[in-house]
Design a protein around this ligand. Sequence first.
Ligand SMILES: Cc1cc2nc3c(=O)[nH]c(=O)nc-3n(C[C@H](O)[C@H](O)[C@H](O)COP(=O)(O)OP(=O)(O)OC[C@H]3O[C@@H](n4cnc5c(N)ncnc54)[C@H](O)[C@@H]3O)c2cc1C
Length: 439
Amino acid sequence: MARIKLAFVVFAIMVIAAWLLSINVSLLTGNFWSVRGLLVLLTGILAIAFMSAAILLAARPVQIEEALGGLDKFYRLHKWLGIAAVTTAVLHWLSEKAPKWLVQLGWLERPKRSPNVGAEPPPLESYRDLAVDLGEWAFYLLLVLAALALWRRFPYHLFFKTHRLMALVFLVLCFHAVALIPSSYWSAPIGWLLVALLGAAAIAAGLSIFGRIGNSQRFTGEVTDFHFHEANSVLNVGVKLTTAWPGHAAGQFAFLKFADGEQAHPFTISSGWANTGRLAFSIKGLGDYTRRLPTMIKVGQPVTVEGPYGRFDFGSSTGAQLWIAGGVGITPFLARMEAIALSGQKQDVDLIYSTGAADDGFIDQVRSAVSASGVRLRVVDTGQEGLVDLTKVARWVPHWREADVWFCGPAKFGDSLFQAMRKDGLPDHRFHRELFDMR
Ligand SMILES: Cc1cc2nc3c(=O)[nH]c(=O)nc-3n(C[C@H](O)[C@H](O)[C@H](O)COP(=O)(O)OP(=O)(O)OC[C@H]3O[C@@H](n4cnc5c(N)ncnc54)[C@H](O)[C@@H]3O)c2cc1C
């Protein structure tokens, strides 16, 4: 998380710095109307820059996964950038409208002449009115789409469809920006930055509109076997790939699609990679689709697998590790145990598997992975032993402070452990977690 916080701050500072280098800074101490003119430009530029960066991340550029810590993390950054884009767009709209309302109310004097914010007219001056009107309507649509994205009760499959409209909204706002940003900006640092950002984001928006995001990472296969564990509602699915898979590191995930027209859902690959074309997944019934899947799936059914993504890869360290899994969060650890067993190496690992719905068959699967890998296991049935907290962890694994902690499970469980461990002196970078929620 530290990396994406840093990326967000650095990006915002970079845009503001490029803008400051491009304006006549003496106007910042000018009268109300000249400062307001600058504010309209700054907030507008920040809004379109944040939105461009958010759209770029939505195109899943795997090349920057390493730098940002994995696709799950940069979807979180995408969300923050989206919120920042909407917030600055609201400020842009207010700084444009509010002074006019104050003039109408007679609380503010109309400027004698159009304030000169140190800029020549924009290059597309003749499209000005169209750009203003389209920009205003796109802004209202942006507010609605953002509200739907943040409203957790709005079903994911509908959010997924409405959210794709963001690409169109972005293209309209690009036109608004290009038509209204003053000419002088385009030959200054902010102009160069915007050309690069808007150009790349427009390509990403096009990929999204034509459904081509992730195309180069897409492979096909078929279902070879499946087994449904009723007690914990986990469906184990085996897949044999029919196109060449680049291989994956234990802990990575893929988007699976079992039928055309269906949405791809992200699931951790719960098997290690042995170059056999075989992948395994453990899928918990957590929503409409995943609850229906056990009744729909068939052996021989074609599957599209998009991936691998993610950097929950257990680092390169061979030092002590403490793994904590909540429910179906056990999946990356299953993959890692298979990888350790395949490599024949030994690693000093304690695994705490906490489950609220203990399923004997599933626990046997975990135990057999444990015995093949030499990992030390503690299964916690939270129905009988209560929730896992740091006091219990410290009792079961007294040397936990010397270990790197890898957590996968419900967000609240992860948050409370992270806070408790941090309070107890564990440096943030030694607590690694997979974010199971992309919204
Ligand atoms: C990196 C990652 C790894 C995951 N690994 C596993 C795993 O190994 N096993 C497992 O059981 N679950 C895993 N999940 C969670 C799993 O993706 C969701 O439980 C599943 O998509 C729910 O789909 P649904 O339509 O049944 O539920 P819904 O009720 O429609 O959605 C519940 C939540 O699931 C997420 N979700 C739903 N559809 C999508 C989608 N198309 N794309 C992205 N997120 C979506 C959203 O956060 C949504 O709020 C993982 C999630 C992520 C992000």
